[in-house]
Design a protein around this ligand. Structure first.
Ligand code: NAD
Ligand code: UGA
Length: 465
């Protein structure tokens, strides 16, 4: 099939940046990004490029170069479906909050809704591409839904998971380690695989475009995220042992990572991994294993999440213990709310859990993050408390003890201890030596990212040291 028009349903962290790169690399294609959320689409269309709904280094330049030339953002979903030969589904697949698999399985409602919509409105043959992260064998369900189309349109379903990381999305998309395209072994399936591979071949070297069967492609995405998360939980678990034994986690991490069979990536200690995907995808893998009766395998992967929860709780408890021991007032500054630097995304950020635990212990918190807005911080906490079945009055009371500040110094001045939760450069560049020299003898900086040189002051507690 000759592809000239592409539609992407879902204008989020994946849909927006991915389609901007395709539009820039493939000026011969018309790319239509559609979403059911009109505010999000309006933000993608805003004149002021600082108002784009996703912050990613290099993204606004790409949008400026392609928007309204061959990249279009709109809410006209049906129109875009009808026009396109290839439709990407890049909608959210959060962990289920009710029903079977609650708290573990991926909620596929949005993907199923997309498939229903495509089935309802398509009048010509389509290649439907799973861009969202999905449990293995989802394509089967999508095919069933698409088969309800009444006009006799034929559909090919491909799996093409996305491996970009937030904060480096544009560079990841330009220089992907690999692009995975899973399709059926039938002649039409292989034609569809070739059509999608041809698009990526505009900028990705051919040897990096892997073609597999659909199930391998779907599972490889979950497996990749699980293995990355597992490395972080491994290093974070060892950070607790370092603190007990006098070993230093940076030294251990460096020594281990220099073994080329292990490698040095994803061995940075932290307060715990966050982000919209690691937890959700590992839980999804655990659920899949349970569904297939693989209890031991499920238990193995579940431990990755349990260690992550342990690390977040442990960090909050370390701060609490210090202030209690030294009979200090319960005032703490938290630096960083985003789940990592260079993004405005705070989904599942460790900061939310650390803050919630401290608020429950009766602390007042002063928070500063260079990119995350106050409303977002309040809603992250509000949603967590609600999910813990706290009533409105309790939530209001807890949230009254958090103040969002406009600078590091504003967040630091009222408190007796500070915690670094996100590795923003701004926190690294701050004059900690001077600040700590002028602080009370019981003051502590709890560095949850090992960002600051510990040697400058004995008032620094560096995680894993
Ligand atoms: P997101 O929440 O930022 O965006 C999803 C968008 O889909 C939203 O704007 C929502 O309004 C829209 N949407 C949902 N249902 C719709 C429907 N029926 N019709 C039209 N629009 C609809 O999500 P995201 O972070 O872009 O993630 C999307 C998928 O990609 C997930 O499966 C995720 O696991 C995966 N993924 C995410 C990342 C990442 O870095 N965020 C990386 C790789 C893979
Ligand atoms: C991750 C994967 O890296 C992507 O390949 C994948 O496409 C994406 O999930 C997804 O499926 O959504 P992302 O979550 O955006 O990307 O960011 P990461 O760089 O992986 O960081 C995730 C979390 O792990 C962050 O909280 C980060 O601070 C933490 N982390 C990362 C560590 O604690 N230590 C490390 O060494 C690396």
């Amino acid at each position: 099939m000759k592809v000239e028009n592409i539609c992407c349903i879902g204008a989020g962290y994946v849909g927006g940046p991915t389609m901007a790169v395709i539009a820039q690399q493939c000026p011969h294609l018309m790319v239509f990004v559609v979403d059911q959320n009109p505010e999000r689409i309006a933000a993608w269309n805003s004149e002021d490029l600082s108002q784009l709904p996703v912050y990613e280094p290099g993204l606004s330049e790409l949008i400026a170069a392609t928007r309204d030339k061959n990249l279009f953002f709109s809410t006209k979903i049906d129109e875009a479906i009808q026009k396109a030969e290839m439709i990407f589904m890049a909608v959210n697949t959060p962990t289920k909050t009710s029903g079977e698999g609650k708290g573990m399985a991926a909620d596929l409602t949005h993907v199923e809704n997309c498939a229903h919509r495509i089935a309802q409105v398509a009048t010509t043959d389509k290649i439907v591409v799973e861009k969202s992260t999905l449990p293995v064998r989802t394509a089967e369900k999508i095919k069933e839904v698409l088969a309800t189309n009444k006009v006799g349109v034929s559909f090919e379903v491909l799996s093409n998971p996305e491996f970009l990381a937030e904060g480096t999305a544009i560079q990841d998309l330009f220089k992907s380690d690999r692009v995975l395209v899973g399709g059926d072994a039938t002649p039409t399936g292989q034609d569809a695989v070739a059509a999608l591979a041809l698009i990526y071949a505009n900028w990705i070297p051919k040897e990096k475009i892997l073609t597999t069967n659909v199930w391998s492609s779907e599972l490889s995405k979950l497996a990749s995220n699980a293995m990355l998360a597992q490395r972080i939980s491994s290093i974070n678990s060892l950070s607790a042992l370092c603190e007990k034994t006098g070993a230093s986690i940076q030294e251990v991490s460096r020594a281990v990572g220099l073994d080329h069979r292990i490698g040095d990536k994803f061995l940075n200690v932290s307060v715990g991994f966050g982000g919209s995907c690691f937890q959700k995808d590992v839980l999804n893998l655990v659920y899949l294993c349970q569904t297939y009766g693989l209890t031991k395998v499920a238990e193995y992967w579940h431990q990755v999440i349990k260690i992550n929860d342990y690390q977040k709780n442990r960090f909050a408890a370390l701060m609490d213990e210090h202030l209690n021991t030294h009979k200090q007032p319960k005032n703490i500054s938290l630096l960083g709310w985003a789940f990592k630097k260079n993004t405005n995304d705070s989904r599942e950020s460790a900061a939310i859990y650390v803050a919630a635990k401290l608020l429950e212990e009766g602390y007042s918190l002063w928070v500063y993050d260079p990119m995350v807005k106050e409303t977002r911080i309040q809603s992250d906490l509000g949603l967590l408390f609600e999910s813990q079945n706290k009533d409105k009055e309790q939530v209001k009371k807890l949230l009254a003890n958090i103040r969002v500040c406009a600078s590091i110094t504003a967040a630091l001045s009222p408190a007796n201890a500070a915690g670094i939760l996100t590795e923003w450069e701004e926190f690294k560049a701050f004059d900690w030596k001077n600040f700590l020299e002028n602080s009370d003898e019981n003051y502590r900086l709890f560095d949850g990212r090992n960002l600051i040189n510990q040697g400058i002051s004995d008032k620094i507690f560096s995680i894993g040291n």
